[in-house]
Write a protein that binds this ligand. Structure first.
Ligand code: DGT
Ligand code: CA
Ligand code: CA
Length: 589
């Protein structure tokens, strides 16, 4: 196995963690962490450096002295570091996994290990439940709750994956199945088809007259890292990362019924079948059948999903709505929403550049947005207070705005129907002040506001802080309102409905951040926003060109929240958007 810089950095960090638990001297721990950081951002692979320049070359990397360089050489030649192995041998096996629980630092792990001999996750969970942690120095009843929540989140992370990681794989698998000569139709099902933000396992459905052949070929195709079950109509296996995949093959006449059944959600299926029952119908994965008392009669539908819903007196319900959140009743009334579509998005209003922590220049990001067919793009680098992310100083904001004006002039001269909006991602500070220099405000087309630092565990305070920022009139869009990171970090406590209502009253749009790690607002609160008359803006928060692709995930989230085009400001034309922004400026002038 080749040793990558990231792999080596991981090992050094592990050494630092183990030293931390051993309560070693803090200088030594810091030097390992520093070296790990520096390695992980070092462009040239240590493998190459070592081959070409040996120890001396490795020592040229910041934070790597002679001793560490020798350890890296050892790693390159033997595949491990003896010192790391020695440290590992001093602790039980479970200790490293404990360190992987988010929010559980080496200090806490050291404490529970030394005081209570806790060395794995199960023991820690038990101790927290038994209220044994609250008496340890620096911990309390709150810490027990937090630790339990972290363990739960860690386990969830093992059992669910991000839609953003699964969907591209699902699309590839579906494309290859469709190319099989015996496959008539292929579609994803389950939570992936419903575009849930996280996915447990991946469900695929195909129709064929030769199911055994399709199953055999899929199992043998090498697309699964491991095949766990290969039957005549079903194949189960694992993706490279260990995630489960189920492929089911049905005859074409059952396609609609099977697709409806395996798309779920289970709760939606139950609600649909109970409605059907009242109409003397039975719905299962083979079709829709007449039912009289206990007798199953003639089949009346099932070849298409439309026919299944129609048999129950309903219009076809988009998969994103199938969560038993009122969609069946609404369909029965003929009132299903006309859901937002990706092609209705005319621009992206949250984009970073090399001005702050983005990877591409303003010109590169602008060009990529133009090529996507957008009418506009909003550039929103960080504000001065966010120095860790290279926040722009006032003068730099003015400079960037001038560059944007120049670009826009070029577009105009060339007759190109595309404009850049000069924006800023202004930090919402401790008491809700907006980090926005006065001279910058004057040149900006719009401002998005977000909390990035100084989180308070006090939900009332966080709510007041965000609402104060909205009341300043300086923020046009509230970005990633809860700060959640899916499977990693809970939303910071704030009363979201209050914030959404305030935004509605103050005519501030609320973002659905389309980054698949965030999807913040989530589906439920996006729906609440629309019902409340609060406008939404779906943005990628792109830090590189590839991230512009995230827009689809924001749209899925919106669709799961019943959101229609009219609620989303970046479906508007540039003219409409500018008018709205102007109106806000005048109102607050
Ligand atoms: P996941 O995988 O946890 O993200 O969620 P789903 O929705 O993909 O659930 P999964 O994979 O367990 O099952 C796929 C679909 O099959 C599910 O959405 C509906 C259907 N299904 C599975 N088990 C049941 C069940 O016990 N009752 C009903 N009504 N439907 C089920
Ligand atoms: Ca599934
Ligand atoms: Ca499944």
């Amino acid at each position: 196995m080749p040793v990558t810089n990231a792999g080596a950095a991981g090992l050094l960090n592990e050494i630092a963690d183990l030293l931390d638990i051993s309560e070693a001297d803090s200088f030594r721990i810091r030097s390992y962490r520093h070296a790990a950081d520096s390695l992980s951002s070092w462009a040239e692979e240590i493998e190459n450096i070592s081959q070409k320049e040996g120890l001396k070359g490795l020592q040229a990397i910041p934070g790597i002295g002679k001793g560490l360089a020798e350890k890296l050489e050892e790693l390159l030649s033997t595949g491990q570091i003896g010192y790391h192995q020695e440290l590992l041998a001093q602790f039980p096996d479970g200790i490293l996994e404990l360190l992987r629980v988010p929010g559980l630092g080496p200090r806490t792990v050291a404490l529970v290990y030394h005081e209570l001999q806790i060395a794995d996750i199960d023991d820690l969970e038990q101790a927290a439940r038994d209220q044994q942690l609250r008496d340890l120095p620096g911990l309390g009843a709150k810490s027990e709750e937090k630790i339990l929540a972290s363990i739960e989140r860690y386990r969830q992370g093992l059992t669910r994956a991000l839609l953003g990681d699964i969907l591209p794989i699902a699309e590839q698998l579906i494309a290859s199945l469709r190319a099989h000569p015996d496959v008539l139709a292929a579609e994803m099902a389950g939570s992936t088809r419903r575009r849930r933000a996280t996915v447990g396992d991946l469900d695929l459905l195909v129709t064929s007259h030769h199911p055994e052949q399709v199953c055999r070929d899929f199992a043998a195709s090498g697309q699964l890292a491991e095949v766990t079950m290969a039957g005549d109509t079903k194949v189960s296996g694992l993706l490279a990362g260990g995630r489960s995949v189920d492929l089911r093959v049905v005859p074409p006449e059952s396609y609609g019924a099977a697709l409806q059944y395996f798309t779920g959600s289970a709760a939606h299926g139950v609600a649909l079948r109970s409605r059907a029952q009242k109409m003397n119908l039975t719905i299962n994965e083979y079709g829709v059948f007449e039912q009289h008392n206990d007798e199953v009669g003639e089949r009346v539908a099932g070849d298409t999903e439309e026919s299944v819903y129609a048999a129950a007196g309903l219009a076809w319900i988009p998969p994103e709505l199938r969560e038993d959140r009122g969609e069946i009743q609404t369909a029965a009334e003929g009132n299903l929403p006309r859901l937002l579509e990706l092609k209705q998005i005319r621009g992206d209003l949250h984009i970073h550049t090399t001005g702050s922590d983005g990877k591409r220049t303003l010109e590169e990001m602008a060009e990529a947005c133009r090529q996507r067919g957008y009418s506009y793009a909003g550039i929103t680098d960080h504000s001065p207070a966010l120095s860790v992310a290279g926040g722009l100083k006032a003068a730099e904001i003015l400079e960037q705005a001038a560059r944007i004006a120049k670009l826009n002039q070029q577009y105009k001269d060339q007759g190109v129907e595309f404009r850049i909006l000069a924006g800023l991602e202004a930090d919402i500070l401790g008491e809700g002040q907006v980090d926005l220099p006065e001279e910058a405000f004057a040149v900006l087309d719009f401002v998005i506001g977000a909390v990035h630092q100084g989180f308070s565990p006090d939900a009332d305070r966080m709510t007041a802080r965000v609402i104060a920022a909205l009341q300043s009139g300086r923020i046009d869009i509230l970005a990633h309102p809860t700060g959640r990171l899916l499977l990693q970090r809970e939303p910071y406590g704030l009363h979201l409905p209050e914030v959404i209502e305030a935004a509605g009253q103050l005519k501030v749009a609320v973002e659905i951040n389309a980054n698949p790690h965030r999807l913040d607002l989530d589906d439920v609160h996006s729906r609440f926003a629309q019902e409340n008359g609060t406008l939404l803006s779906i943005n990628t928060d792109a830090h590189d060109i590839a991230h512009l692709e995230f827009m689809q995930y924001g749209v899925y989230t919106a669709r799961r929240g019943w959101v229609e085009r009219k609620s989303v400001i970046n479906t508007w034309t540039l003219k409409q958007l500018k008018k709205w922004l102007d109106k806000r400026r005048k109102q607050w002038a």
